[in-house]
Design a protein around this ligand. Structure first.
Ligand SMILES: [Zn+2]
Ligand SMILES: [Zn+2]
Length: 270
């Protein structure tokens, strides 16, 4: 099974080394694991707003790979920011990665984990702004492989009951269709992010959006735990595979040197 979204301690909000993340994933039946540490240029917390030290991370990755039972890959979770896009893209040219995971955390300069993002406007408008920013990113970011956690705006949303928080297809059918069609036309992979499953919530994107992606002809899904601690590494992946299978998907992607490979879901679940 494939887990192509984990954070090592090269991310400011993560706790464990690459070796620890890999050992834990191996125990959960993960065969392919990709480190996607944070780069969030323009973020107000400076520890996120820079690339990891290339020399250190490459060296540690090589060491972890040499001893790992799991096939390891090096990527980055590249948080888009249209105001800083030129800087992000020009720095990426100096990196040789297996996987570019594009994500979006900030809408209009505010991270959706910040309670202020949800103030002074109704839920409908708040989610709409997120979706519009996401579409702009999917269309205009020049160089990525996978598209992370559609629905991130719902992860820290304050609405009650909590079951109201996940972003669903009904929250913006027109924009969501445009995002999904963009990913299909640009031949990108749609991430099924399982981190919500660890907290009793749902995947990102939520099932109604995944179903719509399938209806539109989307086939390229990629699974990620988004684990920030070794105890979560690989943990929700089996459940993501089962969900994908129930929706009619046959394969999960992974990337090596930016080239896509496919794994049969049926075989992986045997
Ligand atoms: Zn993220
Ligand atoms: Zn992440």
């Amino acid at each position: 099974m494939i887990d192509f979204h984990v954070h090592s301690d090269y991310s400011a909000d993560a706790k464990n080394t690459m070796k620890e993340m890999a050992a834990s994933a191996a125990r959960r039946g993960i065969t392919h694991l990709c480190f996607t540490d944070h780069v969030d240029i323009g973020h107000k917390h400076r520890e996120f707003a820079r690339f990891p030290n290339k020399e250190y991370i490459t060296e540690e990755f090589a060491e972890a790979s040499a001893k790992s039972k799991v096939n390891l890959y090096l990527g980055l979770e590249i948080a888009d920011n249209f105001r800083k896009r030129d800087i992000i893209v020009s720095e990426l040219k100096y990196w040789k990665l297996d996987y570019h995971l594009l994500s979006l955390h900030m809408v209009d300069g505010t991270d959706c984990y910040d309670a202020r993002y949800f103030q002074r406007r109704p839920r409908e408008k708040t989610y709409r702004l997120y979706l519009e920013a996401l579409l702009e990113s999917a269309v205009n970011f020049p160089d990525y492989d996978g598209f992370a956690h559609i629905g991130y705006c719902g992860r820290y949303a304050p609405y009650l009951p909590k079951s109201e928080n996940p972003l669903r297809y009904s929250d913006g059918e027109d924009v969501i269709d445009e995002i999904l069609k963009t990913l299909i036309n640009r031949d990108k992979a749609l991430e099924i992010n399982g981190s919500g499953l660890l907290r009793g919530s749902v995947t990102m994107p939520e099932t109604t959006i995944l179903r719509r992606y399938r209806e539109l002809g989307g086939e390229n899904i990629i699974t990620g735990s988004d684990a920030h601690r070794s105890i979560d590494s690989g943990k929700p992946i089996r459940e993501c595979y089962e969900l994908a299978q129930s929706l009619g998907f046959k394969y999960v992607c992974r990337y090596e040197n930016r080239v896509r490979f496919m794994e049969s879901i049926e075989k992986a679940l045997e």
